[in-house]
Unconditional design. Structure first.
Length: 286
């Protein structure tokens, strides 16, 4: 048997049988030849891959070889990442509001949305109405006619929390949430430029400034609805909530009445009228 390798031609004579030493020598020679060829192929593949990746940064990223935090990596992101996927622009309420109110066609096409957006500054405060009502119910139930107006002017909200927790009026987390909603509602109304009106005491109802979020600095008197003194503030706020909500619903009702009847509704109405007329004629004939 002759073998050709980088070490030259080697001849092994197995005509008279092969000894163990000769067989081992042959197997070692074959292994060295195969291993050499395999190493050459691996080196060639690595060399080709290196040549390809020198001009292909995408492969570098796939193989996680490209550091995107370096200057080169940042440049790569700017050039290539926008092509990987389509980025949907972020749309929030102010962007939608500006776009809608800036297009006269949209306002005509969607009158109810136009009505809502035109009053959204004040309507957004209505979400605090449940907290305002619950807070005033708690204060009214626990302190009305039980303490004097002068005592209410000195009793702070933190003392109310302590008494509520001690006497188990309501869950501590809930009563704090109601107080927070009441405070936020009042401050939102004051900062929105609204003029509170209550009977002939408009000027008095607007004398109150912003409420502190610190319960140790706010007195109970403003939370007790009354027709005089500090209680006017709470009553005026409730009147504003009521009027603003009713005003919006009245406008919605007027817009709905202006919407033309669709074909489906007209057909249903005509069918109902025909059925009623047929029933009336049958009753008359009978």
């Amino acid at each position: 048997v002759s073998t050709q390798s980088t070490w030259g031609t080697q001849r092994l004579d197995f005509s008279n049988g092969a000894s163990i030493q000769q067989r081992d020598q042959f197997e070692e020679l074959i292994y060295r030849c195969v291993q050499h060829a395999s190493d050459n192929n691996t080196n060639k593949v690595n060399m080709l891959r290196e040549q390809a990746t020198e001009h292909n940064r995408l492969n570098d990223e796939i193989d996680e070889k490209l550091d995107l935090t370096t200057e080169q990596g940042m440049a790569y992101r700017r050039e290539n990442l926008p092509w990987y996927f389509v980025v949907q622009p972020h749309v929030d309420l102010p962007i939608l509001l500006n776009h809608f109110l800036g297009e006269a066609k949209l306002s005509r096409q969607y009158p109810l949305l136009q009505l809502f957006f035109s009053q959204i500054k004040h309507l957004s405060i209505l979400k605090y109405l449940p907290d305002v009502i619950q807070w005033q119910r708690i204060i009214y139930a626990q302190y009305n006619r039980r303490i004097s107006r002068d005592q209410a002017r000195h009793l702070t909200i933190d003392k109310v929390f302590e008494e509520s927790e001690r006497k188990k009026w309501v869950d501590t987390e809930k009563i704090r949430k109601h107080w927070g909603g009441f405070t936020t509602a009042w401050n939102s109304i004051k900062t929105s430029g609204v003029t509170l009106e209550y009977e002939c005491k408009t000027e008095l109802a607007n004398q109150m400034g912003l409420l502190s979020n610190n319960p140790e600095k706010t007195r109970v008197a403003i939370s007790l609805p009354s027709h005089k003194d500090e209680g006017i503030f709470s009553v005026a706020m409730l009147h504003w909530f009521t009027n603003k909500q009713n005003e919006f619903l009245d406008n919605v009702d007027r817009h709905i009445r202006k919407i033309p009847i669709t074909a489906a509704s007209s057909s249903s109405s005509s069918s109902s009228s025909s059925s009623s007329s047929s029933s009336s004629s049958s009753s008359s004939s009978s």
